[in-house]
Design a protein around this ligand. Structure first.
Ligand code: PLP
Length: 411
């Protein structure tokens, strides 16, 4: 028996010509010239468009697609997605302002997250954004502010479900959570709505993130619909909108495989047939972050030095954890694993070696690749971290050590 260590799933979203990765329809080396400086993040417009097309092809046509801006808030990316999806989900005033600059109708923007500030809520009410209510206090604040402003706030109740998304990379529902209102408390919240000046539109039920297990996703969707149907009995008016979360994962690490969207789509077709008669007035939205953008993005840095320390080869680059915390293994990973990393201008090079890719920060945490097989690189070569279009720059401690911020481009 031959026990090979697990490998990264083959990633085919970018073509390779003459040994060089192509992004935005041009060779990476050319793009690096165009950007004028390294490090940078590049997001491929066509790859994002293709991803939305793939979803539309397999999901029931009546399912609305929302983009969770948190995954990549670069305004150009959000603008591009606004032309492709049906709604945007935001979690701060900063994201709200980016979303309100797009063509998306404010009624198709929903505002989630614990600890929304009073001024953020006022702005959301004035804009007509749907506020996902996450606590009794928030309900009261929003109702009062609606009176003060003289408009009726649009609200949905964010429910902390009484089940967990099994096998999710990040659990965001089930058990005690700061997110949403516990499912068992929702009936008493709904009972108050009749006497408050609020426009109740429905429920938001988000159970977890980064799930690569098709069966677990199907089960969570089924339970989400059951919970929504149960809670709808307590609502003062018929449920008009149901946001069922998302949680679709992408393969980052060795051994992980991409989701089979056809299978998930087929199951949703069956579920939607039930939902249509159980919640006849409800539109159903799926809210996706990383699944829409992660694979369309790369992080690019340049080799400054090839250094050998006691037999181990280090590529010292101008990029690092201050730009890409997730690739360094310090954004939620328990055991550090390598992202897919390659030499972007030597993709098919046959001469390879085992190297570690590090950055310029004075900490051993500043590691982009730990002993990976890679093309033999020299100073000036371009190191590419794939799967970097989500939770990259905006989830990184850019101020740490005072190096300049990387550029971001949508190509
Ligand atoms: C973070 C978040 C998302 C996006 O999660 P992904 O894993 O990027 O798809 C969606 N909805 C809510 C409420 C979130 O907090």
């Amino acid at each position: 028996m031959n026990h090979q260590p697990p490998e990264h799933a083959p990633l085919t979203q970018f073509a390779v010509h003459n040994d060089c990765l192509q992004i935005g329809g041009m060779p990476l080396t050319h793009l690096a010239q165009r950007v004028g400086t390294t490090p940078f993040y590049a997001y491929d417009r066509q790859a994002i468009t293709d991803r939305v097309k793939l979803l539309r092809q397999h999901l029931p046509p009546e399912i609305l697609l929302h983009y969770a801006v948190k995954a990549n808030p670069m305004p150009a990316v959000v603008q591009h997605l606004a032309g492709l999806v049906d709604g945007l989900d935001i979690a701060s005033i900063g994201e709200m302002n980016i979303a309100l600059d797009t063509v998306i109708d404010p009624g198709k923007i929903s505002f989630a997250g614990p600890g929304k500030k009073e001024y953020e809520l006022r702005c959301a009410i004035a804009a007509g954004v749907v506020i996902n209510i996450e606590s009794q206090q928030e309900l009261e604040t929003v109702a009062r502010q609606g009176m003060e402003i003289g408009s009726t706030p649009r609200i949905a109740i964010r429910v902390n479900p009484d089940f967990e998304l099994k096998a999710a990379g990040m659990k965001m529902g089930g058990g005690p959570k700061p997110f949403g209102i516990d499912a068992e408390q929702v009936p008493s919240i709904l009972a108050q709505l009749g006497s408050l000046n609020l426009d109740f539109v429905g429920f938001h039920i988000f159970s977890g993130s980064q799930n690569l297990n098709t069966e677990a996703i199907q089960q969570a969707q089924q339970k989400t619909f059951e919970l929504a149907r149960h809670l709808a009995d307590y609502a003062p008016v018929p449920v008009k909108s149901l946001n069922i979360g998302g949680g679709f994962g992408v393969p980052y690490f060795p051994g992980e495989q991409p989701l089979d969207i056809a299978v998930i789509g087929a199951h949703l077709h069956a579920l939607m047939a039930q939902v249509k008669w159980q919640l006849p007035e409800a539109t159903v939205a799926l809210e996706l972050g990383r699944y829409l953008v992660a694979e369309a993005g790369i992080y690019v840095c340049q080799v400054l030095e090839r250094k050998i320390s006691r037999g181990q080869i280090f590529l010292i680059t101008d990029g690092g954890l201050h730009h890409h915390l997730a690739a360094s293994g310090n954004f939620g990973q328990v055991i550090r694993k390598n992202y897919p990393v390659l030499i972007g201008n030597k993709v098919r090079e046959t001469e390879s070696e085992i190297v570690s890719v590090v950055g310029p920060l004075c900490t051993p945490l500043d590691l982009l690749a730990d002993r990976m097989q890679m093309a033999k690189a020299v100073p000036g070569d371009l190191v590419v971290v794939l799967q970097s279009g989500a939770y990259g720059l905006s989830a990184s401690p850019t101020a740490f050590l005072g190096h300049p911020k990387p550029v971001e481009v949508l190509v």
